[in-house]
Design a protein around this ligand. Structure first.
Ligand code: HEM
Length: 528
C-alpha cells in the first residue's frame, strides 16, 4: 500500500473517530442536561393516610389567618409545594407565574375540579364544568353580552332603583342593618333580570326560595336519597329549570328579539345548533352560583374596610359627592361610565378585591404530566392556584394587610399578581358587572349615611359561592345609621373588629371532611 493511500485511510479513520467521539460526547452532555432539567415533584408532605393535610388546611381556613396553612409550607418548601387536601394529592401554587400558566392552560392540560355534590347539582353541561369548544362558545356569548353598554345601562338603572328602595326603608331606630343580607337581595334581583329578564314579583320570590334550597346542597353529602340535602337541592334545581323553560317557550312563541335583552336571549339566538333548551336553562341557573354571593361579599367587605379606614372613606365620599353635585347641576342621571370612571372608587374596589380574596384560588386536575418552571404536576393530581398568597405577598404589595387604595394609583391591575377574577379562558365574565354594582351601592351608601360598624366576624370556610374556591366569606356588618342630608363634615367612626369564628366550626369541619372524603373527587390517589 503506498504511503498516500495510508495517509488518506488514516485521515478518513481519524475524521470518523472525531465524528463518533463528538456525537458520543454530545449525547452524554444532552443526557446530563436532561437529567439536570428533568422536572421534579415539588417538596412537601402528603400528610396522614387518607386524610392527608385536610384537617390542618380546614382549621387554618377557619382561623383569623387563613393563609397560615400555605404560608408555613411556603416558608419550608418554597412557593410551589405538594400536599394532600380534600382527598387528592395536590400541588399548591403560590407562585404568580405558575398560577398564570395554570389559568392560561386549556382542557388538554387542566380541567376544573369540584366536589361531587357540586358536579351532580350543576350537571354535565354546566359552564363551570364543560371544556373545549362548547365552554368557549357559551363563555364568549355571555361574556360579550355582559360587557355590552346596553346591559351596563340596565344594571345601572336596576341597581340604582333597588339600592335606593332598600335604603329608603332603613331607619335610625337602633336596630342594626345587615349589609350582606341587604345586598344579597338587591344583587340577586339584578342578576336574575340580567340572566333571564325576570322582574320582582311572585316568580322572583319563588326563584329566591328555590335558589336558597338549591345552594344549600352545593356543599352537602353526595347522597341523593329522599329527605337528604342533595335530594332537596336537586328538586329545587328542577323547579327552577322548569321556570326557565316556561320563559323559553314564551319567548319562542313571541319570537326572539334581534337585540338581546338578557343572557337568555343571547343563548336562544345562537345558531350553532350546539345549545339545547336543557343546556340553556340549566346554565342560566348555574350562572347564578358564582354571581349570587360574590358581589354581596365584595360590597360588605369594602364597607368593612372603609369602616376601619376613615381617610379612605373621606376621599371616597368626597369623590362621590362631587359626582352627585355635578350630575345634579347638569340635570343628568349618573351613567354606568361615570361610575366606572370614578378613579378613587375603582381603586377602593380593586383594593377590596385584593384584600378580600373572595375567591381564594382555583382548583384544577392535570390531564397529563405537566411541567411548569421545573416542577412536575403528575397526571391525575389536583393543582390549587392559591391567589390569596399572591395578593397578600409583601414583596409585591408593601404592608399587604393595610387597606390602601392609593397603591393602585400607578399600578397595572391586569398583571399575574392580581387575579381576583381568575384568568385565561375562564376569566370571570361577570367582572364588569361586579365592579359596576359595587360602585353604585357604595355611591348611594357613602353619600347618604354615616354609620358605626358593630363587632362582627369573618368566616372563611367552607364556600358555597364559587366554583373554583375552597373558602368562603360569610360576613355580616350591622350598622347604626345616621342619615345626613347636608355636606359631611366628619368621617365614619369605626367600631368594627374581626374575630375568629365560633365554636360550631369544629363540628362543621368534621362533617365537611366526611363530605369531601366521600365524594368521587375525594378518593385518595397514590402518589407516583
Ligand atoms: C366580586 C365578584 C366576583 C368574583 C371575585 C368572581 C370570581 C370569579 C373567578 C375567580 C372565576 C374563575 C373560575 C375558574 O377559573 O375556575 C369566575 C368565573 C365565573 N364567574 Fe365570576 N366572580 C364574580 C362575580 C360574578 C358575577 C356577577 C357573575 C355573573 C353571572 C359571574 C359569573 C361567572 C361565571 C359564569 C364564571 C365561569 C366562567 C367559565 O368557567 O367559563 N361572576 N368568577
Amino acid at each position: 500500500m503506498d504511503s498516500s493511500l495510508i495517509s488518506i485511510l488514516a485521515a478518513v479513520l481519524l475524521s470518523a473517530m472525531t465524528v463518533f467521539l463528538h456525537n458520543k460526547m454530545k449525547k452524554t452532555r444532552t443526557e446530563a442536561n436532561s437529567f439536570k432539567t428533568r422536572p421534579v415533584l415539588p417538596h412537601g408532605s402528603l400528610g396522614w393516610p387518607l386524610l392527608g393535610e385536610t384537617m390542618d388546611f380546614i382549621s387554618c381556613a377557619y382561623s383569623d389567618y387563613p393563609e397560615s396553612f400555605v404560608d408555613r409550607r411556603r416558608r419550608r418548601y418554597g412557593k410551589v409545594f405538594k400536599s394532600h387536601i380534600f382527598g387528592n394529592p395536590t400541588i399548591v401554587s403560590t407562585d404568580a407565574e405558575v398560577s398564570r400558566f395554570i389559568l392560561q392552560s386549556d382542557a388538554k392540560v387542566f380541567v376544573p375540579s369540584y366536589p361531587k355534590s357540586l358536579t351532580e347539582l350543576m350537571g354535565k353541561s354546566s359552564i363551570l364544568l364543560i371544556n373545549g369548544g362548547l365552554q368557549r362558545r357559551i363563555h364568549g356569548l355571555v361574556g360579550s353580552f355582559f360587557k355590552s353598554s346596553q346591559l351596563k345601562a340596565q344594571i345601572t338603572t336596576d341597581m340604582n332603583k333597588y339600592s335606593q328602595q332598600a335604603m329608603n326603608g332603613w331607619e335610625d331606630d337602633g336596630f342594626p342593618i345587615f349589609i350582606q343580607d341587604e345586598v344579597k337581595n338587591i344583587a340577586f334581583q339584578v342578576l336574575v333580570k340580567a340572566l333571564i329578564g325576570l322582574d320582582p314579583g311572585e316568580e322572583m320570590e319563588f326563584l329566591k326560595r328555590q335558589f336558597k334550597e338549591f345552594i344549600s346542597g352545593l356543599m352537602s353529602l353526595p347522597i341523593n336519597l329522599p329527605g337528604s340535602k342533595l335530594h332537596r337541592s336537586l328538586k329545587a334545581k328542577r323547579e327552577m329549570v322548569k321556570l326557565v323553560k316556561r320563559i323559553i317557550q314564551d319567548r319562542r312563541i313571541n319570537s326572539i328579539p334581534a337585540a338581546p335583552n338578557d343572557a337568555l336571549d343571547v343563548l336562544l339566538g345562537d345558531t350553532s345548533g350546539l345549545l339545547s333548551d336543557d343546556l340553556i336553562s340549566g346554565n342560566m341557573i348555574d350562572m347564578m352560583i358564582p354571581g349570587e354571593d360574590s358581589v354581596p361579599i365584595l360590597i360588605t367587605l369594602a364597607i368593612k374596610y372603609l369602616s376601619d379606614s376613615p381617610l379612605v372613606l373621606y376621599k371616597l365620599t368626597e369623590e362621590n359627592m362631587r359626582l352627585r353635585r355635578l350630575k345634579a347641576e347638569l340635570e343628568e342621571p349618573i351613567s354606568w361610565s361615570d361610575y366606572l370612571s370614578s378613579p378613587f372608587t375603582q381603586m377602593v374596589i380593586t383594593e377590596a378585591l385584593r384584600m378580600g380574596n373572595i375567591i381564594v384560588g382555583v382548583m384544577r386536575r392535570a390531564m397529563k404530566d405537566v411541567e411548569i418552571k421545573g416542577y412536575l404536576i403528575p397526571k391525575g393530581w389536583c393543582v390549587f392556584a392559591y391567589f390569596r398568597s399572591v395578593h397578600l405577598d409583601e414583596t409585591t404589595y408593601a404592608k399587604p394587610y393595610e387597606f390602601n387604595p392609593w397603591r393602585w394609583q400607578d399600578r397595572e391591575i391586569s398583571s399575574c399578581n392580581f387575579t381576583p377574577f381568575g384568568g385565561g379562558q375562564r376569566l370571570c365574565p361577570g367582572l364588569d358587572l361586579a365592579r359596576l354594582e359595587a360602585s353604585i351601592f357604595l355611591h348611594h351608601f357613602v353619600t347618604q349615611f354615616r354609620w358605626v360598624a358593630e363587632d362582627d366576624s369573618v368566616v372563611h370556610f367552607p364556600t358555597i359561592d364559587s366554583a373554583s374556591s375552597c373558602e368562603s366569606l360569610a360576613l355580616r356588618i350591622s350598622l347604626t345609621l345616621y342619615r345626613f342630608r347636608r355636606k359631611i363634615s366628619t368621617v365614619a367612626k369605626s367600631a368594627s373588629k374581626y374575630t375568629a369564628a365560633g365554636s360550631a366550626q369544629w363540628q362543621a369541619e368534621i362533617v365537611f371532611l366526611v363530605i369531601l372524603l366521600m365524594t368521587g373527587e375525594g378518593i385518595p390517589q397514590k402518589a407516583p
